[in-house]
Design a protein around this ligand. Structure first.
Ligand code: PCA
Length: 211
């Protein structure tokens, strides 16, 4: 039986909801003969979020970790490819911190690649009729911070780990801003879980970007 840890973030930047947590919490208790899903919320705070995640790795010993966060303004489910070793915040976190050009892990590698089957995940999402793609940057705020910390802590282990950014919910999006319904986001996370347990290796399919 595989343990799948799904995390979502608390609201940040004075928002009252975060679609990542709204979606993740819908999957609480999802299990079948092959896997059991655990859901947890992370604080949107540099440092603390990574300590909480490290504690969850110890406590739950998951086989797969799919961390999620809000990427307001993005039109599709973004399956992140790469985490980079820098905090460079354009807004304050929920503790008033705003690091600039700070290493996440002093002396650590510049970047880590997701160890989830990202192309298989995108395909599984698209097969369900959802807008999805590989993203080449998770930004430099708390989501990238958690993504990098997660990959650092699971490097050279069999744990599959990665990050998915989700769009705003319709009620968060102003005029002309893209959004996705909660049902669609939840379905996308279901697709990600299924891909992570069923794709032994990733598929080779174009998912790059020219800019
Ligand atoms: N999104 C932010 C942090 C928390 C969240 O949900 C980000 O993309 O960094």
């Amino acid at each position: 039986m595989k343990t799948i840890l799904l995390t979502g973030f608390e609201p940040f930047n004075k928002a009252s909801i975060n679609p990542s947590w709204e979606a993740v919490k819908e999957l609480k208790g999802w299990r079948n003969g092959e896997f059991a899903v655990e859901v947890r919320q992370l604080p949107c705070v540099f440092g603390l979020a990574n300590r909480v995640m490290a504690g969850l790795l110890e406590e739950l010993k998951p086989d797969v970790v799919i961390a999620t966060g809000q990427a307001g303004g993005r039109p599709e489910l973004s399956v992140e490819r790469v985490a980079i070793n820098v905090d460079d915040a354009s807004i304050e976190d929920n503790d008033g911190q705003q690091p600039v050009d700070a290493a996440i892990v002093e002396g650590g590698p510049a970047a880590y690649f997701s160890t989830l089957p990202i192309k298989a995940t995108v395909r599984e999402m698209r097969e369900r009729g959802l807008r999805a793609g590989v993203s080449q940057t998770a930004g430099t705020f708390v989501c990238n911070h958690v993504f990098y910390g997660l990959l650092h802590n699971t490097a050279n282990t069999p744990v599959r780990a990665g990050f998915i950014h989700v769009p705003f919910l319709p009620e968060q999006a102003g005029k002309g801003v893209p959004s996705m319904t909660l049902d669609e986001i939840v379905e996308g996370l279901r697709a990600a879980v299924i891909a992570s347990v069923s794709a032994e290796t990733d598929i080779a399919e174009a998912g790059g970007a020219t800019h």
